[in-house]
Ligand binder design. Structure first.
Ligand code: HEM
Length: 427
């Protein structure tokens, strides 16, 4: 447990987290310690992860700092447990499912956004910050899934205020005017007002649009109760947040891994060139069947998700005393299933530091590959994220070449891991 109160926080933050956990795991498979003043159990075994996130999920609640809850909105799906949570999560998942009326319908528009993003980087004729550019692309796709084709002025206003909230999200939470967090709180208020105007117009027009906003407006629980405007706004902002940095950092890693592994890049190019030729050199759009039949490219996305493990762990709190394999997890203790450690454990993935998509020719052992989480809170946007990756890779490798500028190795956190960048292009 380390020192009183501070526990092992200093060790954890002063060394590579993988080494911190690995040293402990040699002794204990699952670990208990103190992080940031909280007694905490860290779970690095697939069985314990399944126990917390799936089979005994009702004994553990998600926990987030209040300052972050305020910026997203307290009714967002990931802050909840129980009936409200499960019906909302089902709604989001079905709105983003790979069906003809949902994701399949979005393919031409996502393709257009991918092409336009790639062409703009090439036209810039200079070094770009991949992560920042990917964030813009992912944001536009998120917008599309939520609002369909939204009127330009609304889009600009939402973008502007959202980016202020985004900047303040990881800053020190204080209400002192002029600070990033305070600016973010003000921008969050404006976002709520703009979203209310959009909701109001939709209600007045009485047009049923097939997008996430349409589904949220149509929602009724088993008692016939609809969602309030605040609940809808909080969930729209929640989805945009959950989608953006996650997908953007995986896309950034994909570019880096393909760049660093020229043989794999050539094989991916060959797979994608065949589709490119079949579509008359991109004159015809990608079909759903083509996207579902990119076996190597698909394995590249899975291996990138494993290697980068951009969500390193989930964070829960025991709501009662829980017994696991004869050990007590006291009520109120934090519980962290460590996805990254499972993904990098040589027992489950041999040579875990090697980028090797062929390992996914065989299905991983149960509960060892969990980039989108598991159980009741597992990611409802995973199909959309995978779709974005496949579409972007198709257009990237068939039409463009790229080089890494500056550092060739290292990781930086922002807060998700992205390749280290010494070179700072103009933004
Ligand atoms: C590569 C991209 C992504 C990764 C790696 C990822 C990963 C995850 C993980 C691990 C969780 C579970 C967290 C936990 O158990 O505490 C989660 C939850 C969630 N994700 Fe994703 N995600 C991605 C993209 C997306 C996208 C594109 C969307 C929506 C458009 C989305 C929406 C959500 C939502 C709403 C939740 C909360 C679910 C709940 O609490 O019930 N994510 N994601």
């Amino acid at each position: 447990m380390g020192w009183p109160y501070i526990g092992e926080t200093l060790q954890m933050y002063s060394m590579d987290p993988s080494i911190f956990f690995a040293t402990k795991q040699k002794v204990w498979r699952d670990i208990k310690t103190h992080i940031l003043g909280c007694p905490c159990v860290m779970l690095a075994s697939p069985e314990a992860t399944k126990f917390v996130l799936q089979t005994h999920a009702h004994l553990f609640k998600p926990t987030y700092p209040k300052s972050k809850e305020k910026l997203i909105g307290p009714s967002a799906v990931f802050f909840h447990q129980g009936d409200y949570h499960s019906s909302l999560r089902k709604l989001i998942q079905s709105s983003l499912s790979p069906n003809p009326n949902t994701l399949q319908r979005l393919v031409p528009d996502i393709e257009a956004l991918a092409i336009s993003a790639l062409e703009s980087w090439a036209a810039a004729g200079t070094v770009i910050n991949t992560y920042h550019e990917m964030k813009k692309f992912v944001f536009d796709v998120g917008f599309l899934a939520i609002f369909g084709r939204l009127e330009g002025t609304y889009k600009e206003k939402l973008k502007e205020n959202y980016s202020i909230v985004d900047k303040g999200y990881n800053s020190f939470p204080t209400k002192i005017p002029g600070t990033a967090y305070h600016k973010a709180l003000l921008a969050r208020k404006k976002l709520g007002q703009i979203l209310k105007q959009i909701i109001c117009e939709r209600k007045e027009n009485k047009v049923l649009q097939k997008d996430l906003l349409g589904d949220l407006l149509n929602f009724q629980d088993e008692k016939g109760q609809s969602l309030t405007e605040d609940q809808i706004s909080d969930n729209i902002i929640g989805v945009l947040f959950a989608a953006q940095d996650t997908t953007a950092s995986v896309l950034t890693w994909i570019l880096k891994y393909l760049h660093d592994n020229p043989d794999i890049l050539e094989a991916v190019k060959a797979e994608q060139k065949a589709i490119y030729e079949a579509n008359d050199k991109c004159k015809r759009p990608l079909t759903w069947a083509q996207i579902r039949d990119m076996p190597l490219t698909h394995r590249v996305t899975l291996e990138s998700l494993r290697m980068a493990s951009i969500i390193s762990f989930a964070f829960r709190e025991a709501v009662v005393d829980v017994e696991y394999k004869g050990y007590l997890i006291p009520k109120g203790w934090k519980v962290m299933p460590l996805f990254r450690n499972i993904h990098h454990n040589p027992e489950f993935f041999s040579g875990p530091q090697n980028f090797d998509p062929s390992r996914f020719e065989v299905t991983p052992k149960p509960n060892t590959f969990i980039p989108f989480g598991k159980g009741v809170h597992a990611c409802p946007g995973n199909e959309l994220a995978k779709l974005e990756m496949l579409i972007l890779i198709h257009h990237l490798v068939t039409k463009f070449r790229w080089e890494v500028a500056g550092s060739q190795s290292g990781i930086q956190y922002g807060p998700f891991p992205v390749p280290r960048m010494d070179y700072q292009p103009d933004l």
